[in-house]
Ligand binder design. Structure first.
Ligand code: MRU
Length: 357
């Protein structure tokens, strides 16, 4: 029987007219694929976490932009330009913290204007045809490059592991969150392939439970030894010596090495430091935002109260109207991390400038 690892969580249909996503908000209970055919559907799929994880939303944004232009019937090039910018700006603000979304949409915009310039002597009709073709190819290239990066990350992360290693992870930075394999989870898949039999502890990750709904799900489907813990059990498993290394993802890395990732990641980094356990944040190079100086400059998305008080419960678990603070991400200060792993290898957080060069 096929399972989710045989599919990609984000895809563009062969004719470029549908963005196909696995609806992650329904996992682990239902594996349902959605065909998105409008900018609004892509926007809400991203904001409602039907597609989530920094690289996956970047790819979904690029596919969404290509899909919208493939479907848009324009009278002339001016109308086509206007629609392109409308969709790009709209998708750009669907989630503010993960930089991949902005990086891929900006790359699509460069592709758009370069093609338009190249076709300046052609008819409007021919220019629009060429732009559609190039945008579709660019979006597919973004996804293929992401797969290559995840493979390189897998090898770099694997170099830190030994047989039987105990790994603590947070949220979901796996196959579901990217093109394929994952970032923080890709070294784990690689280690399993090499016969290392890693033992993974996955924090459930309140309030949206990506650790239990998604990480525990995809790892157990892949036959990996995974144990689910509540977030407040992390210190206990570390103290008992069950954890050799901590791996989590990243949504945006500031130039000084501060890392924004799912809220609660910084808690693991603090604990890891206390227990002397190495702690790594893992993601592709395009997660490093050299334009953002420190973690304090990263915009942190705040999400609705009902995710904390109601979501995933039969009945509310808090008094009606109670004040709720629900930031989706937190910042781990660079000094708490042992290193950052990208497709270029492993660097100390303070050494990011070297990667830029
Ligand atoms: O709110 P989410 O589920 O999109 O948050 C995801 C994370 O924090 C991931 O760790 C990060 O995006 C990296 S995914 C490879």
């Amino acid at each position: 029987m096929r399972n989710i690892l045989d599919y990609d969580s984000v895809e563009l249909s062969p004719n470029g007219r549908d963005v196909i996503i696995l609806d992650q908000s329904l996992l682990p209970n239902q594996e349902k694929f959605l065909h998105l055919t409008t900018a609004e559907q892509v926007f809400y799929a991203i904001t409602l976490l039907k597609v989530r994880g920094a690289p996956a939303i970047g790819i979904a944004g690029a596919f969404g932009l290509a899909m919208c232009m493939n479907r848009f019937k324009a009278k002339n090039l001016q109308a086509f330009d206007k629609e392109f910018l409308r969709v790009k700006r709209y998708l750009y603000i669907s989630r503010p913290t993960a930089v991949s979304l902005m990086v891929t949409l900006d790359r699509m915009e460069r592709c758009y204007y370069e093609t338009e310039e190249e076709a300046k002597d052609k008819s409007d009709f021919e220019t629009m045809r060429l732009i559609r073709e190039r945008l579709t190819a660019e979006a597919r290239a973004i996804k293929l490059e992401d797969i290559q990066k995840c493979l390189a990350i897998a090898e770099a992360g694997f170099s830190l592991l030994k047989p039987g290693v105990g790994i603590l992870t947070y949220c979901n930075a796996g196959h579901l969150a990217v093109s394929r394999y994952g970032t923080a989870l890709s070294p784990i898949y690689y280690a399993q392939q090499k016969g290392y039999m890693p033992k993974v502890y996955s924090c459930e990750t309140r309030p949206m439970l990506q650790g239990s709904r998604l990480t525990a799900y995809e790892l157990s489907k892949a036959g990996i030894d995974v144990t689910l813990i509540c977030d407040n059990m992390a210190s206990d498993v570390m103290r008992r010596g069950k954890i050799d290394i901590v791996f989590f993802g990243c949504d945006r890395i500031a130039a000084n090495g501060d890392v924004a990732n799912k809220v609660g990641s910084s808690m693991l980094a603090v604990l890891a430091k206390h227990y002397g356990i190495p702690c790594y944040s893992i993601g592709p190079m395009n997660t490093i935002d050299f334009g953002t100086k420190t973690g304090n400059d990263i915009v942190i998305e705040e999400r609705p109260a009902f995710e904390v008080t109601d979501m995933y419960f039969d009945k509310p678990v808090a008094p009606k109207g109670v004040k709720v603070y629900n930031p989706a991400f937190d910042v781990t200060p660079a000094e708490l991390l042992t290193g950052i792993i990208t497709e270029k290898g492993i660097v100390a957080p303070g050494d990011l400038a070297r990667l830029k060069e």
